[in-house]
Write a new protein. Sequence first.
Length: 202
Amino acid sequence: MEKRSNNPTAMRVKILKFTGEELCRYGFHAWKLNTVVERAGITKGSLFHHFKSKEDLMMHWMEETLPPLLEEEWLNPLASADPISALQQIFRHRAKQLEQAPAHDHATHPLTILVASVQADDIALLGLLRGLHRRWLDGISHALREGQKNQSVHPAIIPEEEAGVIIAASTGVELLVKTQGTAMVAGFLRSTVAYLETLRPA
């Protein structure tokens, strides 16, 4: 249990942090609010002072965490003049993170947990997922188009299609962590680096 904080802003940040960790380990439909309360060292009443409900807390975590994370880990690095190298570095970095994670840690990456958990009747989650993936797809395809202009990306590829493949490779491989283990998935991610090399000019 964490020490109590008299700073409402700091407490809100702490609650969101622990919520994210629980969501990524157990998924949207299995994580427990009581665990977040216990880890934050607060009562449920205190938590509900910051968030209306468990669902409200979950939506705030997604809305406040996932878009900035997408910017930090994907869109900002892709501002490089060499998008292929930037993409390869993204995959290498994630592979290294998995290799360094404890063997028992099967947490799904935050950008993948939404894909893993969303169901057809989750209208709010589907809307968030579509919006997030649209930004992700647009960011990668734009970077690839710019790479074609500066001749660092093969002129024959279709940026939108390759962007979809790249996102599918990232999220699909991440979903295998619980069944294949972090070391195996890290290897899959490194294999994607070789595929990305084929997107360079001949």
